[in-house]
Design a protein around this ligand. Structure first.
Ligand code: SF4
Length: 323
């Protein structure tokens, strides 16, 4: 039987690059300055274009706790919102109005903040990255593994379909990767909310503390994918990013998903790595059945998992995409 590989058609919307963390490998973070909040007109135009390209997912992301950075608040207020979460909520509603499903990756959030965003998000995400304490995270309080696991647990309590993942090659060991996967498994066994786990290779970026790092080898990717297949429950999808990993050579190691791919926007976290065009994705997945999915997986498309405000577009798109 031919195995299925899925992907989601999205638009990528970084509301701000300002972040309270300072990870040793990051080239996304930017200082507070004029233009540090993506203008509403640009977001609305991107959403409009996404809907014209039949994108089903609006991926909202931003640096963690930007309000902790001095001077940031006045920029978000100038955009017309009291804080970045309010802005995210409003832009999520703009996406919903166009028939797209928001998937939000907002860094560490409290239980109350998660609950608030759940009303306007089909699914949410937070990379665990690693359970290990690593030098690359020494200036990033939000990368405390216990804090990240706690937030993922809160998402489970709130019944939020959730995406997480490992970032490989940032200073962790093979045993750390095993421990990280086991921690994700435990959360999923308890709450049943982990819909996918991204196995992401770290790509060093110029001008960062880790620019000289060799990056993640194919061997480590293969080993971790095999580990993930062994450790994670079968209903959890295993994803690799097709613009970063040598995807075609890795699909046979248990990969089931190629993540979000955009015909409209770039990967703002890895701008030097363009997403493959949808036609090229067919080539990467040659020998498999490539199938489009929503940001929310089929078994979560129920009123138990989806908030009332977003249920109508989820129901409509689930019928269209999943049948
Ligand atoms: S949390 Fe994300 S955006 Fe912030 S510094 Fe780390 S990698 Fe960059």
């Amino acid at each position: 039987m031919v195995r299925t590989i899925t992907f989601s058609r999205n638009v990528f919307l970084p509301l701000t690059n300002v972040c309270a963390n300072a990870c040793g490998y990051c080239s996304f973070k930017e200082p507070v300055r004029e233009g540090c909040v993506m203008p509403e007109a640009k977001i609305r135009a991107t959403l409009q274009r996404g809907s014209e390209f039949s994108c089903t997912e609006a991926l909202f992301t931003f640096g963690e706790r930007p309000e902790n950075e001095q001077g940031f608040r006045k920029h978000v207020e100038a955009a017309g919102y009291p804080n970045i979460l309010s802005y995210c909520e409003a832009m999520s509603r703009a996406a919903i109005d166009l028939g797209m499903l928001p998937h939000t990756n907002a860094g560490i959030l409290t239980y109350e903040e998660l609950e608030r965003l759940r009303h306007v998000s089909a699914s949410m995400g937070l990379m665990l990255e690693t359970t290990a304490e690593i030098p690359a995270h020494r200036h990033s309080p939000g990368k405390d593994p216990a804090m990240r696991l706690e937030m993922m647990g809160n998402a489970g309590k709130l019944k939020i379909p959730f995406t997480t993942g490992l970032l490989l090659g940032i200073g962790e060991t093979s045993a750390d990767r095993e421990e990280s996967l086991a921690a994700i498994r435990s959360l999923h066994k308890r709450y049943g909310h982990i819909q996918e786990v991204i196995v992401q290779n770290f790509c060093p970026k110029q001008g960062t503390e880790m620019a000289g790092s060799p990056g993640t080898s194919q061997e480590v990717m293969r080993e971790t994918l095999v580990m993930a297949t062994d450790i994670l429950p079968k209903d959890v999808s295993i994803q690799i990013p097709p613009n970063l990993a040598n995807a075609a050579t890795l699909l046979s190691f248990g990969v089931t998903d190629l993540g979000g791919v955009s015909p409209v926007t770039i990967d703002y976290i890895n701008p030097a790595h363009p997403w493959p065009a949808l036609g090229a994705l067919q080539g990467i997945a040659a020998g498999y059945e490539l199938r489009e999915r929503l940001c929310v997986y089929p078994h979560y498309c129920t009123e138990e998992w989806i908030a009332p405000e977003i249920w109508p577009p989820v129901k409509r798109l689930a019928k269209l995409i999943y049948g």
